[in-house]
Design a protein around this ligand. Structure first.
Ligand SMILES: Cc1cc2nc3c(=O)[nH]c(=O)nc-3n(C[C@H](O)[C@H](O)[C@H](O)COP(=O)(O)OP(=O)(O)OC[C@H]3O[C@@H](n4cnc5c(N)ncnc54)[C@H](O)[C@@H]3O)c2cc1C
Length: 570
């Protein structure tokens, strides 16, 4: 009978936080059920880059330390955060990584510059990815994991890892070999071709989730899909289970030792966006999976008295949308995070003015859009303006360089809607309704900065992070190139997100706390379902998945310790 169903732990949501909670619980001998609202498991995490930001990870010998990490975070964060939770993150993240390593998860340190490289304590070696994973190792569950978005696939079909993506999209060294190798690997895999169009080569977020789920399924853990949490069940002040809906049936499942909420943020709930975010933006500009994370668990937690924190912020990223290939009436969201800082381009608000160092981290870019919108009312969307040299060499959201996607193949009805083009700056300004004098002046300034290599307004290209995505062939500053080769183009850039930063308030042990600061017994939270330990800041690549997995690990350790203590006293 469903009503009498009981597990030691119920995990709600199957993204990075949920997967870590399920895996750690199973490894510690607890019985665990994962309930997942969507028709596929893996959450936003499977669609992501799969990068984890883990300071002091010690996978390779280096001189990073707890103190360096805390110094960096201390300089960075400029809203009040819980110091003990921040310290718990810095202390526990390396433990979580050690746990993954002990299970044989193939972890690879990756050379990403922290997003605020000028601050003391910043480094370029704190991000970790997983090596590619063979999806067929998941057996029958192979095709049930969420996949990488079409936009991250070569020619909308073939998996690419991040180095391949950067090499091919910028036609960097070795891109042709990488391109051909990807095609060969896919078409020579005859066994999988007979089964599905899906590439068995899991990269990025799926490469992270693959090894976790392989081990979760090996423990016999059930991931119950199409099962949405509606309510938390509270008895005598403690959380004893969840009420879920599954294909229209509503039933209760009991949890002996704890419920761990890992159901992501509220980015797909316009009502909550309007209520919490100072510039709410639109759900449809979010780049997380459509309609998945609607904040039901945030609402359920608030209903039983949980406190919240940092709900006024999101993990921002500039996005644009374009019709989806071969799908009627659908548009796909494209991230433009690295495009907005490439040379021969500039971003302007609708007054024709710049508002940010365009090559900064994507979250910082979004924060600047929010600030500019609040100040001028002329942002969200803003414009990415570029010339023919940019168009030839780089991507603009979903628009690939002309060698792969010449202007001629862009459908006629996309012009002046998804992308604008004019032979002169004046003509472009008229088309996008930006004051011509302002746009001319802004571009004139950028052309001077391209010559001197110095952007006195915002310092574009002035630090290691900016230059990581510049073009090394452009000098003196790889992020600044003259915007002087017609025709001129513009693409509208929206205030997109990767999820929201705030949620239920948790303590350093990942326990949900109420408005009086007391933990709600047996209720835990991790990932975007909780307030970020970093407050309003995104410290480096992997800054959301790192804490999501760490606090899921912490939550289960706490549950296991409590259950052991209870067993001992019994
Ligand atoms: C394209 C892209 C690339 C990204 N790259 C990175 C990166 O490399 N590194 C990084 O740190 N961050 C990255 N991010 C952000 C990151 O993916 C998310 O912040 C992170 O995955 C959140 O993990 P989570 O476990 O909290 O939530 P999710 O992975 O979103 O999982 C939440 C799950 O809960 C389910 N759920 C929601 N409501 C309910 C309910 N009521 N009942 C049951 N289940 C429910 C959802 O369906 C979902 O499966 C990226 C995001 C995107 C979109």
């Amino acid at each position: 009978m469903r009503e009498t169903e009981i597990h030691d732990v119920i995990v709600v949501g199957s993204g990075a936080a949920g997967a870590m909670a399920a895996l750690r619980a199973a490894e510690l001998g607890l019985s665990v059920l994962v309930v997942e609202k969507a028709h596929k498991y893996g959450g936003t995490s499977a669609t992501s880059g799969g990068v984890m930001w883990i300071p002091n990870h010690q996978l390779t010998p280096n001189d990073d330390s707890r103190e360096h990490a805390l110094e960096y975070l201390g300089q960075l964060i400029d809203v009040p955060v819980q110091r003990d939770r921040l310290e718990a993150y810095v202390d526990q993240a390396p433990q979580m990584i050690r746990f993954l390593k002990s299970l044989g998860v193939p972890l690879v340190p990756s050379a990403w510059t922290d997003y605020f490289p000028h601050l003391p304590g910043a480094r370029a070696d704190r991000s970790i990815v997983c090596d590619t994973f063979d999806g067929r190792e998941l057996g029958a569950k192979f095709t049930l994991m969420r996949e990488q978005y079409t936009r991250f696939k070569l020619l909308n079909r073939y998996s690419m890892d991040l180095p391949e993506f950067f090499s091919i999209s910028t036609r960097g060294k070795g891109w042709i070999q990488a391109f051909l190798k990807i095609l060969w690997r896919y078409w020579s895999d005859l066994g999988t071709r007979a089964l599905t169009k899906r590439d068995r080569r899991f990269t990025n977020g799926t490469a992270l989730m693959g090894p976790l789920y392989k081990r979760i399924f090996a423990h016999g853990v059930e991931v119950r899909l199409e099962t949405r949490l509606d309510e938390l069940v509270l008895e005598q002040g403690e959380v004893v289970g969840v009420t879920v809906s599954n294909f229209g049936r509503r039933y209760t499942i009991r949890a002996r030792h704890g419920v761990v909420l890992c159901a992501g943020g509220f980015e797909w709930n316009q009502e909550l966006r309007d209520r919490f975010l100072p510039v709410p933006g639109l759900t449809r500009h979010s780049s997380s999976p459509e309609d998945a994370n609607r904040g039901e668990t945030l609402i359920a937690g608030m209903k039983i008295g949980a406190a919240t924190e940092h709900t006024d912020d999101a993990w921002w990223i500039p996005t644009m949308h374009m019709p989806m290939p071969r799908a009627s009436n659908f548009e796909e969201i494209h991230q433009a995070a690295f495009d907005v800082g490439r040379p021969h381009s500039v971003c302007v608000n609708r007054n024709g003015d710049r508002f940010v160092d365009e090559a900064c981290g994507y979250d910082e870019f979004g924060e600047a859009m929010v600030a500019d919108q609040l100040k001028t009312g002329a942002n969200t969307p803003c414009w990415l303006v570029f010339d023919a040299t940019f168009r030839k060499n780089y991507t603009a959201g979903g628009f690939m360089p002309t060698l792969i996607m010449p202007d001629l193949v862009i459908p006629p009805d996309w012009w002046d809607h998804y992308i604008f083009r004019a032979p002169t700056i004046e003509g472009l300004a008229a088309k996008i309704h930006v004051p011509v004098d302002a746009l001319r002046r802004t571009i004139g300034n950028m052309n001077v900065y391209a010559q001197t290599g110095v952007d006195p307004q915002f310092g574009r290209g002035g630090n290691d992070y900016d230059r990581m995505f510049g073009d090394p062939a452009v000098s003196p500053n790889p992020c600044l190139g003259a915007i002087d080769t017609p025709p001129y183009y513009a693409v509208p850039i929206n205030l997109g997100d990767l999820g929201t930063k705030g949620g239920l308030k948790a303590d350093a042990r990942a326990r949900v706390i109420d408005s009086s600061g007391q933990p709600i017994p047996k209720l835990y939270v991790a990932g975007n379902n909780s307030g970020s330990p970093f407050g309003n800041r995104y410290p480096g690549a992997g800054g959301t998945i790192g804490p999501a997995m760490t606090f899921a690990f912490v939550a289960i350790n706490d549950i296991a310790e409590r259950s052991r203590a209870r067993a001992a006293s019994a």
